[in-house]
Design a protein around this ligand. Structure first.
Ligand SMILES: N[C@@H](CCC(=O)N[C@@H](CS)C(=O)NCC(=O)O)C(=O)O
Length: 213
């Protein structure tokens, strides 16, 4: 098994997940800033081009960060990060879908159509006139996340989960690209401090850690 990874919040989600579980797998760094993931040879293997990508021993590929985490969770159920019970798994997946729709999608589109336009405009549809609106949706998503962690430690309840990893990686990215969570979101910032204190948060910060140059 081999993980292809790069800079960016989606690969960080998988690195965070691996670090939480203490799983070691072979990894290769792909330079998405240079467009290596969009080279014809790469696209022939992986038409979406996006990182991260998990290659299984039989050569088949799994794309999409949360699908990769679901796969790894099934192989390594301890420590559970998607839920130890049917109800806990439903709660994690509910929070995940909510965060994906209300935060990840608009934050991505807001970034790619503004600060990221130069990198992305020849790779995919970018709509600069929609950037401000998408950023506003993402801010609303952060405000919703603040309400979700009001009165409970984590997004899906008492247990830290993949939903927290996704929100953390994306809100850290947002803070770097002009889409930070306002200080007034105190529940969010208390939650953020709890997640940032986990060793896996720092272990996942550098996508090149543990990879030979
Ligand atoms: N929905 C996908 C998104 C993957 C994605 O867009 N990854 C970014 C890095 S965060 C990427 O590869 N960008 C470069 C490109 O698409 O050329 C996932 O969850 O894995």
């Amino acid at each position: 098994m081999k993980l292809y990874q790069s800079v960016g919040p989606n690969p960080r989600v998988v690195l965070f997940f691996l670090a939480e579980k203490g799983i070691e797998i072979a990894r290769e760094f792909v330079d998405i800033r240079a467009g290596d993931n969009r080279a014809p040879a790469w696209l022939a293997r992986n038409p979406r081009g996006a990182m991260p990508l998990l290659e299984l021993d039989d050569g088949s590929l799994i794309g999409e960060s949360t699908a990769i985490c679901e796969y790894l969770e099934e192989l390594h159920p301890d420590t559970p990060l998607i839920g130890a019970t049917v109800e806990a798994r439903a709660a994690t997946r509910s929070a995940l879908r909510y965060i994906d729709h209300s935060l990840v999608c608009p934050m991505t589109n807001g970034f790619r159509s503004a600060e990221g336009l130069e990198m992305f405009q020849d790779r995919m549809l970018c709509v600069p006139e929609a950037a401000a609106g998408n950023k506003a949706y993402a801010q609303e998503g952060l405000a919703r996340a603040d309400r979700m962690v009001s009165g409970r430690p984590y997004l899906a309840g008492e247990a830290f989960s993949l939903a927290d990893i996704v929100l953390f990686c994306w809100s850290e990215f947002g803070a770097m690209v002009g889409q930070a969570a306002p200080e007034a979101l105190t529940h969010f910032h208390d939650w953020r401090a709890r997640v940032a204190a986990r060793p896996a948060a720092s272990a996942s910060a550098d996508p090149k850690i543990g990879i030979d140059a």
